[in-house]
Ligand binder design. Structure first.
Ligand code: ATP
Ligand code: MG
Length: 546
């Protein structure tokens, strides 16, 4: 390599160094380095900043060529999408310029060239090296998919490697930013998913297929569908004729097979890829574990509830998210276990449930299976559990109140305004012919019967669904489920006569749960959230020869 050219100035402030005009860049004349690549729309050439000596790859596209062969909007889309992307595994678009003839896209320079160049001529990489390239490609792709971008042309030629052996996904010429199903035929035959070949409409899953092909090619040195003629290759793809070289590990095969699935819906997504045992097998150890608290720039503090491979599941206040490990390690985080964990709070709530039902809850899983929307805790953060719990308290209170009413045979304490019984009393005076159900609904003509029939059918279905899983106290149970969204009673367990819970007990429970919440908040507050001083990228990906 030309010495003068390879010397990059490391000391310059990146922000200032990116503030330049196209005239400040000089073409590098070293014949070995001059042209970095040739694509369908033009060339990628090496340029150097005249003052800072920083090297850039400049993708030069002829406007005339675009007008003849396609449309200028494709280049505009490439720039529009690419300039917003910022991730260690996506090549950075620094600037773009144009003159009357050409468009110039100035990119961060990846000096080791394309992955295609690295794997060409090799009979497959060993698994740890393949893991290095594949896992970083997946991290970059997760970033794209999380931002609703489909790359649509993922292949070794569009994966380039920088001087630190870090993977950089490039070429956003075919990408789309949307959730809609697309029908444009694009990409490269070897990496093309069956739904794209058939023109059936495609979405994010075409990238998952391409990742399967990529992993196969990294391990074998060739792509899985190898026919020379396109028509034959097409048939091989549609038939999914996949065979592995002896020596391919079963975990790698498993991952490839989960990606190269004919039906796009059957392919595993990027979170699952990053948690796959093959990815986990080579993942470098780090400090993050279940119970750590993270401070996400957008979602604030969350608790890690699972770590597998290169991804962790984090419960934030309002949502549960899958965060890539390198991203999580880039955030501020607390290594110790919080004093009160989400699971403790969950235990408490389940404990309450058991008490409420007066029967052991067979298992949490089963309880969640029967899916009582109001009490489905699987996706809740602590605050939300408590909020939901509060909702349940109101619900309990109503039941207790009704139960008191029934017990005392209509002689309950005077119902408050708005209470079903109050409405019933009021209505009996105004419209004696109307029927009123015991939730306070007022019905004319046969509306009531129709509704009752619906409720009964729903209850029957519900009953058969939960049969054997869950036993409720009492025999003659009317079942109604309460959905929070509609704030209507439909299908909740109506256990009016059997409930044995005092309001004081409930209140003390609420106080206890609120106490937990406060402790959790305090435990977040009085801990020093620290940021790792070393970059995770260095430690994770320094394993290859430089
Ligand atoms: P095509 O559509 O045919 O895939 P393209 O015209 O869209 O190609 P790119 O894929 O972006 O162009 O780039 C072509 C080649 O140039 C890449 O395969 C790579 O070898 C090289 N290249 C692109 N960007 C860089 C970069 N930033 N640093 C080093 N080499 C690069
Ligand atoms: Mg390309």
């Amino acid at each position: 390599m030309n010495k003068q050219v390879s010397e990059e100035s490391q000391n310059l402030n990146q922000k200032d160094s990116n503030d330049f005009k196209f005239e400040d860049l000089l073409e590098v004349n070293d014949p070995n380095l001059k042209i970095l690549g040739k694509g369908s729309y033009g060339e990628v050439k090496l340029y150097k900043h005249a003052e800072t000596n920083i090297l850039y790859a400049v993708k030069i596209i002829s406007k005339d060529f675009i007008r003849k062969h396609s449309s200028i909007s494709i280049i505009l889309r490439e720039i529009r999408v690419h300039k917003e992307l910022k991730h260690p595994n996506i090549i950075q678009l620094i600037k773009y310029f144009e003159d009357s003839e050409k468009v110039y896209i100035v990119l961060e320079y990846a000096s080791k060239g394309s992955l295609f160049r690295i794997i060409r001529g090799q009979k497959g990489l060993d698994e740890s090296k393949a893991w290095h390239y594949f896992s970083q490609t997946c991290l970059g792709m997760k970033y794209l998919h999380d931002n609703e971008i489909i790359h649509r042309d993922l292949k070794p030629e569009n994966i380039i490697i920088d001087k630190n052996n870090q993977v950089k996904i490039c070429d956003f010429g075919w990408c789309v930013q949307s959730n809609e199903v697309r029908t444009t035929f694009c990409g490269t035959m070897d990496y093309m998913a069956p739904e794209m070949l058939l023109g059936e409409g495609h979405s994010f899953q075409v990238d998952l297929w391409a990742l399967g092909i990529l992993l196969y090619e990294l391990l074998h040195g060739y792509a899985p569908f190898r026919a020379v003629k396109d028509a034959e290759k097409r048939q091989q793809i549609l038939n999914n004729e996949l065979s592995f070289a002896t020596g391919t590990s079963s975990l790698a095969k498993d991952l490839i097979q989960r990606l190269i699935k004919t039906n796009p819906k059957d392919r595993i997504n990027l979170n699952k890829i990053l948690a796959h045992p093959w990815i986990a097998k080579f993942a470098i150890t780090h400090d993050l574990e279940k119970g750590c608290l993270l401070k996400h720039p957008q979602f604030d503090i969350g608790e890690i509830i699972d770590v597998t491979g290169l991804v962790c599941k984090v419960k934030f206040r309002d949502l549960t998210a899958m965060i890539a490990i390198p991203d999580a390690l880039d955030m501020e985080y607390i290594e110790e276990q919080p004093r009160v964990s989400v699971s403790e709070i969950e235990n408490e709530v389940f404990g309450r449930l058991e008490k409420w039902c007066k029967t052991p809850v067979v298992s949490r899983k089963k309880l969640q299976d029967i899916h009582i929307p109001k009490l489905d805790l699987s996706s809740l953060s602590p605050e939300k559990i408590i909020r939901k719990r509060k909702g349940s308290i109101e619900f309990f209170e109503e039941i207790v109140e009704r139960s008191t009413y029934h017990k005392e045979n209509g002689e309950a304490r005077s119902p408050e305004k708005g209470h079903p019984e109050k409405r019933k009393q009021e209505h009996a005076v105004n419209k004696p012919s109307a029927k009123i159900d015991h939730f306070g609904g007022i019905f004319e003509n046969n509306e009531y019967e129709v509704l009752q029939k619906k409720r009964l059918n729903k209850a029957k279905k519900f009953e058969s669904r939960i049969k054997g899983n869950f036993r409720l106290p009492g025999e003659n149970l009317k079942r109604n489920v309460y959905t929070e969204e509609s704030t209507n009673f439909q299908n909740v367990f109506d256990v009016t006569s059997k409930i044995d819970i005092s309001e004081e007990a409930l209140e003390s429970k609420v106080a206890q749960l609120n106490g937990y919440r406060r402790t959790l908040e305090a435990s977040n507050r009085d801990r020093v959230i620290k940021k790792k001083d070393t970059s995770f990228w260095g430690s994770l990906f320094g394993c290859l020869d430089r």
